[in-house]
Design a protein around this ligand. Structure first.
Ligand code: ASP
Length: 408
């Protein structure tokens, strides 16, 4: 399908989904199965895509020195953009003060985060390695798969001709999976429509949504405006300065990925579409997109990190707890780590928020106040996560070409 046509159909799918879920409420649950089928089809492709992408990406980069430099550029980009995002969140939440004069009406720690108190930096580090790859695949634990594939691909490049044959095999697997993604895109507009309509319907339709919004509308406004500043000012500027690409064209070319992110609330499930948009529409080199995007979908979460800093400050303001500069710096660091540590699945950010709140002694009960609207904010931050990932692919592609090639 021509991507302009797909772009319009995807946007129409989202708009129609919002309209139907808003107007017809829970009766839109009738289309839930369509959305689930689309989501499952995307998820089905994630494991073979990640393994083959990382192996082909690493092999495409060539020797270890290049991999190191490219990896370093990617990590610098991830860190820089995540820190800027958290900074924007903190500035906005201090200016708008959404939590002041909001009444705390929840007294219990929500089930979803209860018992998760022990999550620490070492726990996050431990998720990089898995004792059982098959189990990781079954549970869609992406990080250990990435780590294994990186090492595996790296080792294959040292094995001469037999290694090359194995790489060719994974290359073919990758091409085949991307063909399936291409086919799946024909169903994407109806898929995103069904996902949005049924989710909004399950949340009670427009009236209930507005009622929830009225309770903590200022908080929602703060998160959204900070996300908008980051997504539509900072990231496009970084894209333009480093690559000279036109941000508007670049944006149009990734609309399919952004709408998928908005409707699935999962960076991992969106990954196949993100890669498709990067390669097919934005002409990012295959080696860069295959190497950067799986990594980015898992560790680069600008929107999530930003959200966590705003949410933590909102809870403090709501409870009348004054946090000074030092404590806000702690939030800055932990929110950045929480963004890295959150999995690319729906509402993962809520769980890593425990770490942020505990670092400055804020009560976990506060999370209860955010639950009712989190499904919506999750979609918004996931969209910015995927937008940040997509721009990262372009930035790394350009800088890698300039820096690595010249450095030789
Ligand atoms: N749903 C987000 C993602 O997949 C993670 C989160 O913030 O909960 O990118």
């Amino acid at each position: 399908m021509k991507h302009n046509k797909l772009l319009y159909l995807m946007v129409a799918g989202i708009v129609l989904g919002i309209f139907s879920g808003w107007m017809y409420g829970s009766s839109m649950l009738a289309v839930e199965w369509i959305g689930e089928m689309f989501l499952d089809a995307l998820k089905m492709l994630v494991v073979p895509l990640i393994i083959s992408s990382m192996i082909v990406g690493i092999a495409g980069l060539g020797d270890v020195r290049k991999v190191g430099k490219t990896g370093l550029i990617a990590l610098l980009y991830f860190m820089l953009t995540t820190c800027i995002a958290v900074g924007i969140g903190l500035v906005m939440v201090n200016i708008i003060e959404p939590g002041v004069a909001v009444e705390m009406t929840v007294e219990q720690v929500p089930d979803r985060v209860a018992g998760k108190e022990a999550v620490s930096i070492t726990d996050i580090l431990k998720t990089f390695v898995s004792p059982n790859l098959v189990q990781s695949m079954a549970k869609m634990e992406i990080l250990p798969l990435i780590m294994f594939s990186l090492v595996f691909g790296g080792v294959l490049t040292t094995l001469g001709e037999p290694g090359k044959r194995a790489i060719d095999f994974f290359d073919t697997v990758n091409t085949a999976v991307m063909k399936i993604v291409h086919l799946l895109m024909y169903f994407a507009p109806i898929g995103v429509f069904a996902l949005i309509a049924s989710k909004l319907g399950a949340a009670g339709g427009g009236d209930l949504f507005l009622a929830e919004l009225a309770k903590i509308g200022k908080y929602v406004g703060t998160v959204l405006s900070a996300l908008l500043v980051h997504g539509f000012v900072v990231l496009p500027m970084i894209l333009y300065i480093t690559t000279r690409r036109n941000p508007v064209t670049y944006f149009k070319n990734v609309v399919a990925a952004l709408t998928t992110a908005f409707s699935t609330a999962s960076s991992s499930a969106t990954l196949p579409v993100t890669i498709e948009c990067a390669e097919e529409n934005n002409r990012i080199s295959r080696k860069s997109s295959l190497f950067v995007l799986p990594l980015a979908a898992t560790v680069n979460m600008n929107g999530t990190a930003l959200y966590e800093s705003v949410a933590a400050m909102f809870i403090a303001q709501m409870m009348g707890i004054q946090l000074g500069f030092g404590e806000q710096m702690i939030i800055f660091v932990t929110a950045t780590l929480a963004g890295i540590g959150a999995a690319g699945i729906p509402e993962a950010g809520l769980v890593t928020m425990v770490m942020v709140l505990q670092s400055v002694g804020l009560p976990l009960e506060g999370i209860g106040m955010l639950l009712s609207i989190d499904w919506f904010l999750d979609r918004c931050r996931t969209t910015i996560n995927v937008w940040g990932d997509s721009i990262g692919a372009a930035v790394v592609d350009t800088l890698e070409e300039n820096w690595v090639e010249k450095g030789e």
